[in-house]
Design a protein around this ligand. Structure first.
Ligand code: NAD
Length: 497
């Protein structure tokens, strides 16, 4: 059988890449063809323990390595990421299915976090104040936590792991990464480059698997912090279990992102941007524009324009030339779930303006065409659930007030945008909308490396977000030192005023 010849992805423990035998595996597909291309080993508690022990053993020496030397490893890592940029992007496309252009974006956003982390000597600097009282000075320093863990989703195989460990390592922590079992190959490719950059053994470890592996990480007494990105039910579970075991946790969850199109919006620009936001990466983005809220008579021009744009999207395999506009979904099950949700939406009264379910391609992949649903109402399943596929809902609103109310009903709060020419409307929207990342004439206001990725509501569990200075705060603990030096022969502490 073909399966026996497939590569079982190695784990990385204490600088050794190990191929596990006699463990259960999970398939990795090329979603463009439906072919199985590798197997992910499902690690159990002993594998996790080995990885955490290796990270714990490497911690002290890595922490004592001056920040500027840790930064030099990251500078070399950045150089290697650039040199291997195209290979990483192709690996990403092969196991995820997004187009090559999208994969390049995925890698580029990740590299930007490495670039940010390279300035760690400045980022780690503390505050000092002379003479907090006479002859007494006070200073803050930031120190690493120890062993930190990253658990990542399938949809950004390069970027999301890179949100986490470059910053954690720069701060002096050691790390255990558990990438999504659906896309382990990109994480392995990038992990090998960090090794080549000269990171000492045990500083980065990689394990694979699902619930059992994650539970072992959440419960391990030597793990100090957990960074998670994935769906809301799992994010909530990770947050509750991790904090119950005394870990610091940041957990990004699912999303339902809204884009308001005001009557004064530029039709061409808003259509182009909303369609890109909805169907880019086949809608498998936590910042995907999943709902357009069309205000008043904006519908007259916007709907024909959105319908035409959605119907024009070329869908096809991404592992070859010519590249399509949009690739497949991650698995057959996920494709079928999204198709089923479209059917539910239609049964609940939504009007189908473009239907991707009829798409027929011969490559064997997990394809669904771009779908546009109008007259979606708040109580419909398609309005409430994260679809995570190439489906754009349209809701109608009488005015801006009504549109903001619709958005603020959502339990999620990742991204929200407005298209308008009015500064007053934009300001009102920015001030009142309940979302952590807000776009003005930008459909996907995803924060970049220097800013926190700042979801609200059920899109985020925790306190300190990933990326930017909050990332550095998450991966460090603060120490405040208050100092007095006595002059020769100076009286006792108690005699000072
Ligand atoms: P997922 O929640 O299924 O999996 C995420 C990770 O959790 C994987 O590593 C997986 O192995 C692990 N996992 C899955 N089920 C588990 C369980 N029961 N117990 C313990 N661990 C478990 O998410 P996914 O399907 O890989 O990714 C898509 C989701 O991620 C979407 O909901 C999307 O919105 C979200 N996402 C959010 C952000 C953000 O920043 N808010 C970014 C990217 C993706």
């Amino acid at each position: 059988m073909v399966v026996s010849t497939l590569q079982v992805c190695p784990i990385l423990v204490d600088g050794e890449w190990q191929e596990l035998r006699d463990v259960e595996t999970s398939p990795v597909y090329n979603p463009s063809t439906g072919e199985m291309i590798a197997l992910t080993p499902m690690c159990t508690a002993p594998h996790v323990n080995d990885a955490v022990q290796a990270a714990a053993a490497a911690f002290s020496a890595w922490w004592e390595t001056p920040p500027v030397e840790r930064a030099r490893v990251l500078f070399r890592f950045k150089m290697l990421l650039e040199e291997n940029f195209e290979d990483i992007a192709r690996c990403n496309t092969n196991e995820h299915g997004k187009t090559l252009i999208e994969s390049r974006g995925d890698v580029r956003r990740g590299i930007e976090v490495v670039e940010f982390a390279c300035s760690i000597p400045s980022l780690l600097s503390g505050d000092t104040l002379e003479n907090v009282a006479r002859g007494i000075d006070c200073e803050t320093i930031r120190q690493p936590l120890g062993v930190c863990v990253g658990i990542t989703p399938f949809n950004f195989p390069a970027m999301v792991p890179l949100w986490m460990y470059p910053v954690a390592l720069a701060c002096g922590n050691t790390f255990v990464l558990k990438p999504s079992e659906k896309v382990p190959l990109t994480a392995i490719t990038i992990g090998r480059l960090l090794e080549e950059a000269g990171v000492p053994r045990g500083v980065l470890n990689i394990v694979h698997g699902g619930r059992e592996c994650v539970d072992a990480l959440l419960e391990h007494p030597q793990v100090r912090a957990i960074s998670f990105v994935g769906s809301t039910p799992v994010a909530r579970y990770i947050f509750e279990t991790g904090t119950r075991h005394g870990k610091r946790v940041q957990a990004n969850g699912s999303a339902k992102n809204f884009v308001i199109i005001m009557p004064d919006a530029d039709i061409d620009q808003s259509t182009r941007s909303v369609v890109e936001g909805a169907f880019g990466c086949a809608g498998e983005r936590c910042m995907a524009s999943s709902t357009a809220v069309v205000v008043g008579n904006a519908a007259q021009a916007s709907l024909p324009s959105l319908t035409h744009a959605a119907r024009s999207i070329r869908v096809g395999p991404t592992d070859r030339e010519p590249q399509p506009d949009m690739g497949p979904l991650i698995t057959l099950e996920h494709r079928d779930r999204v198709a089923q949700l479209i059917g539910t939406g239609a049964a609940e009264g939504a009007k189908i303006l473009a239907d991707g379910r009829g798409l027929k391609l011969n490559s064997g992949g997990f394809f669904l065409g771009a779908t546009l649903l109008d007259e979606v109402e708040n109580e419909m399943a398609i309005a409430r659930e994260e679809i995570f596929g190439p489906v754009l809902n349209v809701m109608r609103a009488d005015d801006l007030e009504n549109a903001i109310q619709t958005i603020n009903c959502s339990p999620y709060g990742n991204g929200a945008s407005i298209f308008t020419r009015s500064g007053k409307s934009a300001r009102e929207f920015k001030h009142r909308v309940k979302a952590g990342m807000v776009g003005i004439n930008i459909s996907v206001p995803a924060s970049m490396a220097w800013f926190p990725f700042a979801g609200w509501g059920e899109s985020f569990f925790g306190d300190l977000h990933m990326q930017g200075r909050e990332g550095v705060q998450f991966f460090t603990q603060q120490k405040v030192t208050t100092t007095r030096w006595f002059a020769e022969g100076e009286g006792s502490v108690w005699s000072t005023k």
